[in-house]
Design a protein around this ligand. Structure first.
Ligand code: GUN
Ligand code: ZN
Length: 430
């Protein structure tokens, strides 16, 4: 296979920056190059060194732009592409009034296929090369999701939502059908191409105890799969959950008592946690996922990143489209910065860019494959233009450091800042 060489400024992370001065956390190369063969990064270094090693490689010159590992979105809803930006309600009404009617449409395979194509176009446009996605309750939506990922060669995670109650007709499975469909989907898709299946009980409100038992069985039969769900997003949700599971000590105790918590568990939102729940997160290694644009949009609350980190918990960050209001991980970091500012926490841009790349790869257990530009990893690479709008160009004229440039991208950037997206070494945006 032909060798490809991408030339540009390179930024890749080795560990989470402890602060803005933690130079050992990353490598930055002003005139850098990535050498790619068969979708895998073969070399990374200065252009001079790498081009000497591979004089016949086909060179694409992205200077003066910045090359970074593709963004990873740790929590997003595929069947909510046409829910995003729905006015006026908080979580439970938003689900009933806007979200469930839209998700019902995914029983139709043609609709699922059509929307999967549009959904992946949006991910690519915004520089997201991997996501952990909730599909609808229908098997058809999951097939459409993974088929599209497979065709595009993308590393994608996803699963059918399990929901057997508190949802309208046409959006409910049963404990048995949810189990059977999930099993069939895992057998078809887990490990096919770059796909990974995620066992996906939507949340405790929409799963009966009988369904939770089936989810427990799935989790122990397929312990190689991740589990994703929602936790403590909204006060009314928490109160209703407590009514439905009166014996549970708290919300997290429901998932814990069915054996669903481990380092492979992703817990969307995790805002209003009790001290006991935080202890259980520590003990099990499960990962909260911060969804800032969604939490502001639905008025859900402020995620306490520093408080959880202080206990040794590792958090993901995600868009949560369609309650989230942007596919852009840049915009997600922008709103994330503001949510943390409201609590006296200052997210440094080096930490922010680590979070949306290697950080999310770590919570997915995929840091040996994605999230960095390390040799031997998959060549999912984005090219960022820090002067992609007039306002950014004006501001950039006064920027004097890499951190300043990253912060401008974080606060002002969106899909226009994503010049190119490589998926396994193939250009997919331009
Ligand atoms: N809780 C259960 N389902 C959902 C969903 O689709 N979006 C959000 N934000 N929270 C949820
Ligand atoms: Zn969600």
């Amino acid at each position: 296979m032909k060798l490809k060489l991408l030339r540009g400024r390179i930024l890749t992370f080795h560990h989470e920056p402890r602060n803005g001065d933690d130079d050992a956390a990353y490598t930055y190369i002003e005139d850098g190059a990535l050498l790619i063969r068969d979708g895998i990064i073969q070399q990374v270094g200065t252009f001079e060194t790498v081009s000497t090693m591979a004089p016949t490689a086909l060179v694409t010159d992205h200077r003066p732009h910045l090359m970074l590992a593709g963004f990873i979105d740790a929590h997003i809803h595929f069947p909510q592409v046409q829910v995003i930006g729905s006015w006026g309600s908080q979580l439970l009404n938003w689900l009933n009034d806007y979200t469930f009617p839209q998700e019902a449409l995914y029983a139709d395979p043609d609709h699922s296929k059509n929307m999967a194509s549009k959904f992946f176009d949006q991910l690519i446009a915004h520089g997201t090369t991997t996501a952990a996605a909730f599909c609808s309750v229908h098997k058809t939506s999951v097939d459409a999701f993974f088929k599209e990922a497979y065709t595009r060669g993308m590393r994608m995670l996803g699963g059918k939502v399990l929901m057997d109650r508190n949802a309208p007709e046409g959006l409910r499975d049963t404990p048995q059908s949810g189990y059977d469909d999930t099993k069939a989907l895992i057998d078809t898709w887990h490990g096919t191409g770059r796909s990974g299946y995620v066992i996906t009980p939507r949340f405790a409100i929409t799963s009966s105890p009988a369904q939770m038992e089936m989810v427990q069985a799935l989790a122990s039969e397929y312990d190689e799969c991740h589990i994703q769900t929602h936790l403590s997003e909204n006060h009314d949700e928490i109160a209703y959950t407590a009514e439905l599971y009166p014996k549970a000590r708290d919300y997290l105790d429901i998932y814990h008592s069915y054996g669903l918590l481990s380092a492979k568990t992703l817990l969307g939102h995790s805002i209003h946690l009790k001290p006991r729940e935080i202890d259980v997160l520590v003990a099990t290694g499960a990962h909260p996922v911060f969804c800032p644009t969604s939490n502001l949009f639905l008025g859900s609350g402020l995620f306490d990143d520093a408080g959880l980190r202080a206990k040794g918990i590792t958090n993901g960050i995600a868009t949560d489209v369609g309650a989230g209001t942007s596919y852009s991980m840049l915009q997600t970091l922008n709103e994330g910065y503001k949510v943390l500012q409201l609590q006296g926490q200052s997210l440094h841009p080096l930490q922010a860019f680590h979070w949306a790349t290697r950080g999310n790869a770590c919570i997915l257990g995929l840091e040996d494959k994605i999230g960095t530009l390390d040799v031997g990893t998959e060549a999912d690479v984005i090219v960022l233009n820090s002067k992609s709008t007039g306002a950014m160009a004006l501001r950039m004229d006064c920027a004097t450091s890499l951190s300043e440039e990253l912060f401008i991208l974080q606060m002002m950037g969106d899909d226009r800042a994503i010049t190119e997206v490589y998926v396994a070494g193939e250009p997919r945006k331009s």
